[in-house]
Design a protein around this ligand. Structure first.
Ligand code: 4AD
Ligand code: MG
Length: 439
């Protein structure tokens, strides 16, 4: 009889029918001379396939190794009582073909979960075939979808700004410079400035794009290339911006839990609970006090002073002690970027916010933008930036300026948090780290 070609996910709907499945040999067990149990993997699931009789005696069958690819034809049925197989199903092959062979022992002979981290990263393309990593990237896909659904439900428009740029956003020290047909250019640090240019025509906007940072810091939450989810909204107040940040964390987390990915997330991170609103709001000034009161010091045993950046380590210690999301607000002007709006009641502080999540620290950075032409020019001057390449950005303040604000959320950090991972590299397909651009 003719066979229906199916993905393994769909086999439960084909009981009693003849199907064709194709995939990779995930495991194999020989029983006697005349029976080989193969667990086939095709990305959609796992399926037990039984090769019997003469099918076990061909040279291909005798040499069949893990990670070989095969096509198998046969009838789908339930496994016998007392036997266990994925989904309780099996296909008894009436015909099969080898598509691609694999060295004996499969990929496990080269690398597996017990291998050294560096070897696992060198062989990332092989490690990606393992189930824990496959689950991570299934969740990454589902969670990205939840972010989009969050934005679309609120009427945001998605745009795709360029990542080859000639302007900086977050300071010259982390810029990747490149030669763009003879002109100086950079890999973008943030799409914020471009998002600001489309709010007059599109209103609330967002993008999901790669950003690049030539970070010297070797930490478990820094990448050289990361996925940046950025939003920008015209005519919001600082308080409304803060509410929307709380909302994106809580709403996306809830959407994931309620989606078809909720079950997998609970398996991967059983401890995860959707955080409660409202988040604690702490001013930068109070955070400096907090560090002093809790004896969190610099490496040279001195305290952090007002006006200094709070680096990763103390920030993480504080967040972990508080053990719930924190919105750190009102950073001083001198440690923040040229574009940030100043607080109406204190020109030395900015309407800025970092959202800190337990286990990771800063996951979102956002602010109100300075909407006045002169104030912006002052910002460029303060940072020693030539305003000329920013003519298009400055035009936003000439042609109908408005109070507005936005933020950037590091998707990789969000995933590290929600999946309960230790190191950011665990949630990235091919992590780009200070010492790694391979594979
Ligand atoms: O705080 P950052 O630098 O803010 C901006 O880039 C703003 N222009 C965004 C905006 O307002 N549209 O970066 C935003 C977030 C951080 O909170 C962090 O989650 C992530 O981007 N991020 C990184 N993630 C991984 N590796 C790195 N090296 C990162 N640098 C920033
Ligand atoms: Mg930041």
């Amino acid at each position: 009889p003719p066979a229906i070609s199916v993905k393994i996910r769909g086999t439960s709907k084909c009981i009693g029918k003849r199907i064709k499945v194709q995939g990779w040999v995930d495991s194999k067990r020989q029983q006697g001379k005349n029976m080989i149990f193969v667990i086939l993997r095709d990305g959609s699931g796992f399926l037990q396939c039984l090769l019997i009789g003469n099918q076990c005696l061909t040279p291909e069958a005798l040499a069949l190794s893990l990670e070989s690819t095969v096509s198998i034809w046969g009838e789908v049925g339930y496994v016998k009582e007392g036997q266990s197989a994925p989904g309780g199903l099996e296909v008894v092959a009436d015909y099969w073909e080898l598509v691609g062979s694999s060295p004996s022992g499969g990929t496990e002979a080269i690398v597996n979960e017990t291998s050294k981290v560096e070897l696992q990263l060198d062989q990332r393309h092989l490690m990606l075939r393992t189930e824990p990593l496959a689950n991570t990237f299934r969740l990454r896909s589902g969670i990205t979808q939840c972010f989009r659904e969050h934005y679309f439900a609120k009427g945001y428009v998605e745009v795709t700004p360029p990542t080859l740029v000639q302007t900086q956003v977050e300071g010259g020290s982390t810029l990747f410079k490149l030669n763009y047909f003879g002109q100086p250019a950079y890999l973008t640090q943030s799409s914020q400035l471009y998002l600001e240019t489309v709010i007059p025509s599109l209103g609330d906007v967002f993008c999901i794009s790669q950003s690049y940072r030539a970070e010297g810091s070797h930490t478990r939450r820094h990448l050289s290339e990361y996925t940046h989810i950025e939003g920008e909204c015209p005519f919001v107040t600082f308080d409304e911006l803060l509410d929307s940040l709380e909302d994106i964390i809580v709403d996306v987390a809830q959407r994931v839990m309620d989606s078809s990915f909720g079950k997998l997330l609970r398996e991967v991170n059983p401890k995860f609970v959707v955080p409660k609103r409202p988040f604690k709001r702490i001013t930068y000034a109070d955070a400096i006090k907090y560090l002093r009161e809790h004896d969190i010091k610099k490496d040279d045993d001195t305290y952090y002073e007002y006006g200094e950046d709070i680096p990763e380590k103390p920030e993480r210690t504080m967040t972990d002690q508080i053990d719930s999301p924190v919105m750190l607000i009102r950073f001083p002007v001198n440690i923040k970027s040229f574009y940030m709006a100043k607080c109406a009641d204190n020109p030395d502080e900015t309407e800025s916010v970092d959202v800190l999540l337990p286990g990771v620290g800063e996951v979102i950075g956002g602010s109100m933008r300075s909407s006045k032409y002169d104030e912006l020019l002052e910002g460029f001057k303060r940072e020693g930036i030539d305003p000329k390449p920013y003519y298009w950005y400055l035009d936003q303040r000439k042609f109908g300026t408005c109070p507005h604000g936005g933020y950037g959320l590091g998707l990789d950090r969000f995933l590290t948090w929600i999946l309960g991972k230790f190191h950011i590299r665990e949630v990235v397909l091919y992590p780009r780290l200070t010492d790694r651009c391979t594979p």
